[in-house]
Design a protein around this ligand. Sequence first.
Ligand code: ISL
Length: 535
Amino acid sequence: PRTTEWWRHAAIYQVYPRSFADGNGDGTGDLAGVRSRLGYLQRLGVEAIWFSPWYLTPMADAGYDVTDFRRIDPRFGTLAEAEKLIGEAHELGIRIIVDIVPNHVSNEHAWFEAALQSPPGSPERDLFWFREGRGEHGELPPNEWQSIFGGPAWTRLPDGQWYLHLFAPEQPDLNWRSPLVRAEYEDVLRFWFDRGVDGIRVDSAAMCSKDPALPDYDHSVFPHPHPYVDLDENHDIYRGWRAVADSYAEPRALIGEVWLADPVRFAHYLRPDELHTAFNFDFLGCRWDAAALRACIDQTLAAHADVGAPSTWVLSNHDVTRHVTRYGRPDTSTAGGIRQYNPVVDEDLGRHRARAAALLTMALPGAVYIYQGDELGLPEAEGIPADRRDDPIYHRTNGEDPGRDGCRVPLPWSGGQEPYGFSPDTEAGPWLPQPASWAQLSVAAQENDPDSMLNLYRRALALRAAEPALGDGPVTWLDFPPGVLAFTRGDDFACVVNLSATPAELPEHVRVLITSHPLSDGLLPPDGSAWLRTA
Ligand code: ISL
């Protein structure tokens, strides 16, 4: 059943603004591009759009390095345009979620610039983590923490002090023990809620608080308590944010990016006075295997039920290898690799499975996230030359980690060659190269093909929105042969996914609502899924 608490069951589409649509022809996506495609998103059937950061940024980490949360980056447009976009989306019944990054700001943020110009021990430096180094002359970093993007998590300044950055050096970590930091972020939330924004995606939500002793730890084990992952102080931050969200008459939602292995610790962030939901990343690391998927679904549902929070389902996002490619790897035991080079990939197989996975996630209780291009069946773009790669993960690991450019390539809208309708003219060229094979994956190429991925998504999202059995509520597993997942929702709805190598029988006396692949002789083919009316 559906409620006014839209975040409990919405289909939420992630726009990566740099790569969605380019309105002004400079090769980078922008708000004009998004505004011109709102009709596309409405027709697709999404109920909310989450925008990856669109704020002023030097783009050291693709906009997750924010200079000013109250300004739109000129590459993307202006604040006035963002306000128009919010209004236009609302008129189409689409809610807007913006991305807030609390762990760090850009090194060009006014706070960090002031800190650099102030002496050690100054209040300006207290907004970040400045420390003396170790060693006779302070020439060693204050501890051995490593950056998530590779290399040490500390950078030294000419005056001898070091500052902490868990990500790139251009992303200094904020000190959340400072009341100024807390007040500023609550104000930023109000800034966007006052402009009609319906929800906030909280970046790296479990990392904000640090043990002020900054102790070393053994990187080969994951200690608990950890010096910067999942400290109890984080919960105070989000209780403050929840109070801000709840001060609005229309419901505003907080959605956390909480990467934690322990489902119980994860669920703590979803207590009734904290975040409304958090991304469930379990499918990103899950093999295409019936038992693995079922275990993952059961674990997710149990953890959320404990705190009464709705679950979410994520197949891809801007940080991981696209799932068409993950599912197309020959050895399914590696299908869970979040990012890896993929020498041999069967894209057709990956796309088959992606069709089935779409119907599976859309039939489960909770919100479902669609990363731009999922609805086109885009694969990871693997052949990006080194000199065109942008992601700091690729560069800081010397290419050992392929990084995230391959899932961030500009969308193909139409036409037979680059930029595939992404930009109005070809002069500038897209900021990342698009594969030559993408002509057949473009929106225009799929538009009139009833069997395309795009039309599967459209049909499924329309059915999902109209289906009273979906939305909140339990899953009841049906007894099916090994390799086949089947469950019911409500009194008369069932979903069947065939992960076995042979065609599967459907229950008797059912009406088929939608299938990922045509049935043959009434049987569901391998890697196929179906939604059924059972009564
Ligand atoms: O990508 C990851 C796992 O492979 C994560 O460690 C990821 O870096 C982490 O979840 C944080 O991601 C978020 O914050 C980063 C930004 O680069 C990512 O794009 C964002 O989703 C720093 O702001």
